[in-house]
Ligand binder design. Structure first.
Ligand code: BEZ
Length: 178
């Protein structure tokens, strides 16, 4: 599709780990920013660590009125099976800059209660419809069935729903959320 900076980001419907989103715009809500970032597939090591870092940092995005939403080209059922791996990674790799254990999930671990859920939704795009709409398919990288993989994309969308930043790079390149 070739979204350019300043373009209106498309509104869309999506099935996610937090249920059906009827309108992406409504999900973002008034006055918020949004970051939509994509992953080629569930249960892959780099995607797992990227999602975990985003989960660990989600409170900082929230403080800045920024909603996070991920997309991976698998089903909601697959995402739900994968999420505990991501959360487990959060617990093993979450440290404050001072080195103390820090809770990635809204302070739950401080109360002796382990969070089991991701703090933001993951879109199920198993038919790659959104990946196609948003121009995220990588013609050079194919899955085991020969279907193009979704690249890793990041879109930052401002409160007026305009695209302020985009990154697009191949599945073989990991992403640092710090
Ligand atoms: C990964 O997240 O580890 C990955 C996903 C797709 C292709 C290569 C690596």
């Amino acid at each position: 599709m070739g979204l350019k900076l300043g373009d209106k980001f498309p509104d869309f419907k999506a099935n996610t780990t937090e249920g059906e989103i009827e309108s992406f715009y409504e999900w973002i809500g008034e006055g918020n920013w949004a970051i939509l970032f994509s992953h080629p597939a569930d249960f892959t090591p780099v995607c797992t660590t990227e999602l975990a870092r985003a989960a660990i940092l989600h409170g900082q995005f929230e403080q800045r009125k920024t909603k996070l939403i991920a997309l991976s080209c698998d089903s909601v059922e697959a995402h739900e099976k994968w999420s505990p791996d991501i959360v487990a990674y959060c617990y093993r790799h979450s440290k404050t800059p001072e080195g103390a254990k820090w809770c990635p999930m809204d302070g739950d671990c401080h109360k002796g209660k382990e969070a089991e859920e991701m703090p933001f939704p993951i879109i199920a795009d198993e038919k790659r419809e959104l990946a196609t709409l948003l121009g995220m398919l990588d013609p050079d990288e194919k899955d085991s069935e020969g279907i193009p993989l979704a690249a890793r994309a990041v879109f930052i969308i401002d409160p007026s729903r305009r695209l302020k930043l985009s990154f697009l790079y191949p599945a073989t390149t990991g992403r640092n959320f710090e």
